[in-house]
Design a protein around this ligand. Sequence first.
Ligand SMILES: Cc1cc2nc3c(=O)[nH]c(=O)nc-3n(C[C@H](O)[C@H](O)[C@H](O)COP(=O)(O)OP(=O)(O)OC[C@H]3O[C@@H](n4cnc5c(N)ncnc54)[C@H](O)[C@@H]3O)c2cc1C
Length: 503
Amino acid sequence: MTSRPLSRITIVGGGSAGWMTALYLNRYYNSGATRTKITLIESEDIGTIGVGEATVHSIRFFFAAMGLDEAELMRETGATFKTGIRFRNWKKPVAGQTHEYFHPFEEQRLPAMVDLTTAWFSSDRAQSERYDQGTCLSSHLMAEGHGPKGPSSGPYQGVVPYGYHLDAVRLGRYLRRKAVEAGVEHRVGTVDRVETQGERILALHCNGQRHEADLYIDCSGFRSLLMSQLKQDNWQSFEDALPCNRAVALQLPYPKGASPRPYTQATALDNGWVWEIDLQERRGNGYVYDGNRLSPEQAEAALRAHLGVPADMGQALHLKMKIGCLKEFWVGNCLAIGLSGGFIEPLESTGLHLINLSVRLLATHLNGAEVAQPVKDSYNRLMNGIYDDLKRFIILHYCLSDRDDSPFWRQAADSAKHSPRLQQDLALWQHKVCEFMDLAGSYATVFTDENYRFVLYGMGHTPTFAPIGDPAQHQALFDQLAARVQMALQQTLPHHQALAALK
Ligand SMILES: Cc1cc2nc3c(=O)[nH]c(=O)nc-3n(C[C@H](O)[C@H](O)[C@H](O)COP(=O)(O)OP(=O)(O)OC[C@H]3O[C@@H](n4cnc5c(N)ncnc54)[C@H](O)[C@@H]3O)c2cc1C
């Protein structure tokens, strides 16, 4: 049975969400004989969010699928490589040392009867090294300032998995150019009226013209311009669990002698945490904080004090964040993608990842101009699952802290109560290693058991069990890993050389 073909899709918003969606759908629908007209309407008067500079590793597959040249993408967006996140100060100092751990995108699976993590705990290696140091390559590359790639790595391939740090504004412009070259129609104008009938959009009004489409995609950012007019009471806030709802961002030149680091740094402060994201020509910094505890002025002062920069250096950008997501992402003939659909604070840099997921899922669900309700229900259920899953993973970073030096951190320690599934898993993981099947039935998209382990054990939530296996076999595993580390160091370039090779 065939349904009426989709002839026209209109996207409102020209931020990363709008252009990623346009690029993907254009490639998906217009590579063959069928033609679906894809139009993107973007306001000149309303800016994009202008932040969102770190990614997870899966974004490489999106860029590759879009046929983008990696070196060109990186040159045009001032991008650097990211092999993970270095977390600092998320627990009390130990013996006067700032608490620290690394969350890479990688896990080593070595063939052995007893897995590497169990061998690591059974060998009591926690006495002499951190979990990430003992179980992956990226941690050592990071320590030596190496990027993920070597001279012989192909596009989008590395010795270890990697994401990027990129300039959000330049990324928007680059994606726009690519999408327009590929045939997406670009209209500049502010949508000033949304004509609706029940839960359907009949037309958009922009520049005095009436604009009709089969499907409308709301990429208008936190405004949620289209969705807000279709359904009331459609928002679920996560701010009880994740109270950081404001940010202040500050772009700065590199301190003398510094060069871009191939990892994001996330340092906890009294009321949230600070990101440091290194691009080719500058460093992006920002304090993500609980706006109920700190004013924007206090937050900016705390950020400047932390970075050691005076009040008159750089122009700070203050942002409000809506933490949560829609209950229904697809209502009638309209969907929300990007910030208009939801946002979970940027701790694990998942904004672009969620856009990638949303648009891929849309493409596999969208089967014609008239979409049956079970299809929309499926999309909504999956998107809710994905957000809920991510919320759980972000809570994990906070709830394991033993910091009690501010009301913010005392509340954070209690935040697992907002995720019964996490509470149950944390109880389990006191007694056994976290494994793939423990997360069965969840919607893990990019963060799976390996990511949970790096955060759990980095934050000291380690299992207690009697040592298992043969110590000599465990040692053989660690020797094998040490050899891989040496090989990875030889195969990869120092980060600054890897960046120079792009030019
Ligand atoms: C503090 C902070 C840090 C972040 N860090 C990261 C990160 O490290 N990694 C990551 O992946 N993500 C991050 N994000 C999320 C990321 O910035 C967004 O997911 C991404 O930029 C997509 O934004 P968007 O396109 O949905 O919205 P926006 O960038 O806000 O774009 C909205 C668009 O809608 C248009 N528009 C609005 N109203 C109208 C109208 N009436 N008519 C026509 N056009 C209209 C605007 O002109 C604009 O083009 C962060 C977000 C915040 C707030």
